[in-house]
Design a protein around this ligand. Sequence first.
Ligand SMILES: [Zn+2]
Length: 505
Amino acid sequence: MVRSTSPRFCPRVHGSVHESTVLSTSPRFCPRVHGSVHESTVLSTSPRFCPRVHDSVHESTILSTSPRFVTCPADVSSTCTTSPHARPHERTRICTLRKMDTRALRNPYSDYDGNPASTQSLFDTQGRLTPEFSQRLSSKINELMSVMENGLGSADPRDCTTYTGWTGIALLYLHLHKVFGDSSFLHKAYEHVSHALQSMTRRRDVTFLCGDSGPLAVAAVLYHRLQRPQEADDCINRLMQYHEAVVKGSGTLPDELLYGRVGFLYSLLFINQQFGQDKIPLDYIQQICEAVIVSGDHQSRRFRVQNQTPLMFEWYQEHYVGAAHGLSGIYYYLMQPGMVSSVEQLHRVVKPSVDYVCALKLPSGNYPPCVGDDRDLLVHWCHGSPGVVYMLLQAYKVFGGAGYLEAALQCGDVVWRYGLLKKGYGLCHGAAGNAYTFLALHRHTGDPKHLFRACMFADWCMNYGRHGCRTPDTPFSLFEGMAGTIYFLADLLQPMRAKFPAFEV
Ligand SMILES: [Zn+2]
């Protein structure tokens, strides 16, 4: 039995890792794991015990006081499927053999061959889906909706979040209302977001995905669609009460998407976009971006990397690269129109920081989870090319330069090859989330190859549950489970309008 009270337990989790005490009976242990948690006995002193772990943690060893254990996921041993009690040299030898393809199932589809005949059953030359393929998507959406609605009966009633909780389900219904125009979806959304509003985190977390601004922003948009402006404004006023604290920061508030400043920023962008007007004045949005830049500048100096990158961001003692926790997710927002008030600052500060991320590209075209970690393992929206691609496409749009586009296209190739994950069909680390890479590339390039690839990933998702993938902890949720798969299938019906939910602007 291993007992750890280490404060730095598993750095690659979304939640607080400093608050838990963990007791395990399993040698293959990580408490914040989707897969192996059932093998463990976990005691936590914290009610905020984060279930949202990413891949690299799932097979990790515990950070123990024992010298036989090497530190958690950043260490190469953490990726071993063998017992963490194995000797370090054995772990290293085994792990050098591990590659991305151990995380993915073989892609069984033939790639786009340039022949229009290969796509004519899927979409026309304008990229409009054929009635037959649309019908197939719609009936699968109906089928999965019914499974999801039944399954939600066993979901955690207290989880208000967009990521795994009731706001995520409400967001799915809002999306279905937009796609299908059926008002019954609005009523379903109302039911779920009302539930979420009753169980908010009470300012512990502030982001759209994992905090209180998610339920408030989704509720505001829902009331707007229901033509109840007073209630919509009430929600926005409540949301804006967090603004000052987000700008000032508490000293522990990070900048990343899931738990940090840009995660709150997204809530404001979501409201403006959905209302079709600047309900939140641009000044408020720019103040958050300015705070992010000040924080990044400070961290770049603190870590003495200012010669390499004007900005740097840390989360749990790691410099993450991906969309969920890392640099690329933050820079994606800083490059949106109007976010950084000065064009000079955009070129002087943001562009070289983006270029720093570009230089981290691995030989395969994928990106590492953290700076200084050259393992080529994770092809997820949260870590790896399926998340970094959005930064690259935005950089191409804003700064030009064929290099950004070329790197984005390489992301597409990586995802095509290694993106059908054993972890399932979800958004955060699953096939549906990875398929958004192709939709983004299609929207930017118009190349039917990418739409074809998205359709093939949709075909995979429509065979939900038939590939022996793992079942996530929250199997019906938006970011880990079936709700996310449904969201993607519905987005594919209008491919040029598709956007990765709770992230893409
Ligand atoms: Zn993930």
